[in-house]
Design a protein around this ligand. Structure first.
Ligand SMILES: Nc1ncnc2c1ncn2[C@@H]1O[C@H](COP(=O)(O)OP(=O)(O)OP(=O)(O)O)[C@@H](O)[C@H]1O
Length: 244
């Protein structure tokens, strides 16, 4: 059974049908790309998965649980984590404290009161900072990081609670080509423990890191399959040459 099963999901904003009867299966241990022209519904689908929007119709089953009406908090407890397009780091805190807070957000109040404090969590914070090449910036304010480094910090924070499924909305937006390349390198090892759904406009980037692609067009699934199949798909080629 797929880790995530989306069946017949629809979402309207007033009269606009942003998603129309969308079916997607995401297998555990894969990187799954969502692509499509502007306004095709990619972000709306991510938000419906994370619970930031409720679907108007259809069902979403995650890891055997029907989460269609679950709150974002309940989904997070089941192992879903979302990093939005807009940076959400706390700029006035150090890089270290941003990651520490992200880890502590999953701690029970009792553990916090008993102070499973900085020292107890230091190993976890340090490991994440090392993995995301931020250890040398640990004491700097998050505001002082480059745009690319802030994105990596956010991915590290999204991984702090060890999610089973990570949702990334355009993580390479605004990055330099070198930062994009590094982002691919940083994401690759998470496949060992985390499934990924990623929305991206950079088709080279997504082609290089994804196993499977779903193509949306005007709120519907236009095609899906492995990267080679999608690259050869005439209907996908037509949409990308005429409307991207
Ligand atoms: N909160 C909202 N209220 C009203 N309309 C919305 C809302 N969110 C999205 N839409 C509309 O729904 C449609 C799908 O938007 P969505 O952001 O999901 O597309 P997208 O594929 O992610 O686009 P892009 O690639 O430009 O980010 C668009 O027409 C958009 O204007």
């Amino acid at each position: 059974m797929a880790l995530l099963q989306i069946r017949g999901v629809s979402k309207s904003f007033r009269t606009l049908r942003a998603l129309e009867s969308v079916d997607v299966d995401v297998q555990a241990g894969t990187f799954h790309g969502l692509i499509g022209p502007n306004g095709s519904g990619k972000s709306t689908l991510l938000k419906a998965i994370a619970g930031a929007h409720f679907a108007d119709g259809g069902t979403i089953v995650f890891d055997g649980h029907d989460i269609t009406r679950a709150t974002p908090y309940e989904r997070a407890r089941l192992g879903l984590s979302l990093k939005f397009q807009i940076t959400a780091v706390l700029p006035e805190l150090s890089v270290y404290d941003n990651v520490l807070l992200a880890i502590q957000s999953g701690e029970s109040l009792m553990r916090l009161l008993l102070s499973s404090s900085r020292r107890a969590l230091d190993g976890e914070v340090t490991a994440l900072l090392e993995r995301f090449r931020l250890i040398d910036r640990a004491d700097d304010l998050a505001a002082e990081l480059s745009h690319g480094q802030q994105q990596w910090l956010e991915i590290a924070m999204a991984l702090a609670l060890r999610p089973k499924l990570l949702l990334l909305d355009e993580p390479t937006g605004g990055m330099s080509p070198e930062e994009r390349r590094v982002t691919g390198t940083l994401l690759a090892p998470i496949k060992a423990h985390c499934t990924l759904i990623i929305v991206e406009h950079d088709l080279h980037f997504i082609r290089d890191i994804c196993d499977h692609l779903t193509v949306l067009d005007q709120g519907r699934v236009l095609d899906h399959g492995d990267v080679e199949t999608i690259q050869r798909s005439p209907k996908v080629q037509q949409v990308f040459t005429t409307r991207v």
